[in-house]
Write a protein that binds this ligand. Structure first.
Ligand code: NAD
Length: 356
């Protein structure tokens, strides 16, 4: 991952930071481990930034930077809408030199040290592709890391629970009935969140359709829930009540939206809309979009509970409020005749302004 060094790139970055309101962007490089990471802190108006470390094989630094900037901004809005005293931050890292020579725990340990040296306004947690279980020494180097095994643990089940609670609000909004019984739900991505969500939905009586790039994960969930497996592109076309994006962001765009045959979009993936036009396309197709950062805040709420001394019971009670927040978003969207995505943004911005 080589960093943008041309003067023009630097100017563009400052321009982008100014437009989107980012406070700080850190480029970290550790010669010994080969670790390279970008840490973006978007907004600390409501409290210290808390966000995940995403490990991904980014093609270049620009892609890692774009991801960190977009995701850290979403974290600000997510924390605001979850009524948490936290700001938004995110780290992206990839392209690790001498990969084969370094164990994953080594790299996490190094990243913990790097972040400790460089960030004084943030707390970190895990994100996509972080399936490790740090040992004691890894934990020691990551003292400012939340969502560790000895803390609240993997946030994914909590995220799935929040999505499940929020889906109920979306069903009520569209059908006037929040029951999952007999509802058809298509899940794209059976990773940590998608898998846990599928289990909850199955238990609640939904009929599931699933796809993932990993056939083993698909086979495992189909065995447990009786879900119908689909190939990647088939998931868009399946006739269903809810289409649930739980893989990567940006999958809702001009190419995929015309293919959809669903009533509601409600999933865990961050930044599902490729651009603002995607929200308009969904409205034109009369598909109800459930703003992603409101719906997928369960993991963040669970991790934030660590700051009060962790109690799973209390955390899960707070996660259930995602249902109420979505009701608030849908009601405001209706009252102001705006899209749900716009309504969520305005409500989050009002919370940020109030906390200034
Ligand atoms: P994960 O990496 O465990 O799972 C993602 C899954 O999506 C993988 O199994 C992968 O094979 C699959 N996938 C990737 N591209 C695909 C494609 N084109 N078609 C079908 N499947 C595809 O990640 P996760 O932790 O389950 O998170 C899922 C999404 O939810 C991510 O966008 C993440 O940013 C977001 N999210 C996660 C959490 C959390 O607590 N883990 C919290 C908030 C948001």
């Amino acid at each position: 991952m080589s960093c943008p060094t041309k003067r023009k790139d630097k100017m563009n970055l400052f321009e982008q930071m100014k437009t989107e309101g980012h406070e700080r962007v850190l480029f970290c490089s550790d010669r010994a481990s080969g670790l390279q990471a970008i840490i973006a802190i978007h907004n600390t108006q409501l409290g210290p930034a808390l966000g995940g470390c995403r490990m991904w094989p980014y093609p270049d630094a620009a892609a890692a930077l774009t991801d960190a900037l977009r995701l850290s901004r979403a974290m600000t809005y997510k924390a605001a809408m979850a009524d948490l005293p936290l700001g938004g931050g995110k780290a992206s890292s990839g392209a690790i030199r001498k990969r084969e020579e370094r164990s994953k725990v080594d790299r996490f340990r190094q990243r913990g040290r790097l972040a400790r040296r460089t960030v004084h306004r943030g707390r970190r947690c895990r994100d996509r592709s972080c399936r490790y279980r740090p040992d004691a020494s890894g934990d020691a180097a990551c003292r400012r890391t939340s969502g560790r095994k000895r803390g609240s643990g993997d946030p994914s089940p909590a995220t799935a629970y929040g999505v499940f609670c929020g889906m109920r609000a979306a069903l009520e909004e569209r059908f006037g009935d929040g029951s999952f019984q007999g509802r058809k739900i298509a899940i794209q991505g059976i990773g940590k969140v998608g898998y846990a969500l599928a289990l909850l939905l199955h238990k609640a009586g939904a009929k599931l359709y699933v796809c993932d790039m990993d056939p083993e994960r698909v086979a495992a969930i189909c065995k447990v829930t009786g879900a119908d497996p689909l190939l990647g592109h088939e998931i868009y076309r399946v006739e269903c009540d809810i289409f649930s994006p739980c893989a990567l962001g940006g999958f809702l765009n001009e190419r995929t939206i015309p293919r959809l045959s669903c009533e509601i979009i409600a999933g865990a993936a961050n930044n599902q809309l490729e651009n603002p036009k995607a929200a308009i396309l969904l409205k034109d197709r009369n598909i109800l979009y459930t703003p992603d950062y409101v719906l997928n805040a369960g993991g963040l709420i669970n991790i934030a509970e660590e700051l009060n001394g962790y109690s799973k019971e209390k955390a899960y009670q707070k996660i259930e409020a995602i249902y109420d927040r979505l009701k608030e978003v849908f009601a405001f969207a209706k009252k102001a005749s705006i899209l749900p995505s716009e309504a969520a943004d305005r409500l989050a911005e009002a919370r940020l302004a109030a906390g200034k």
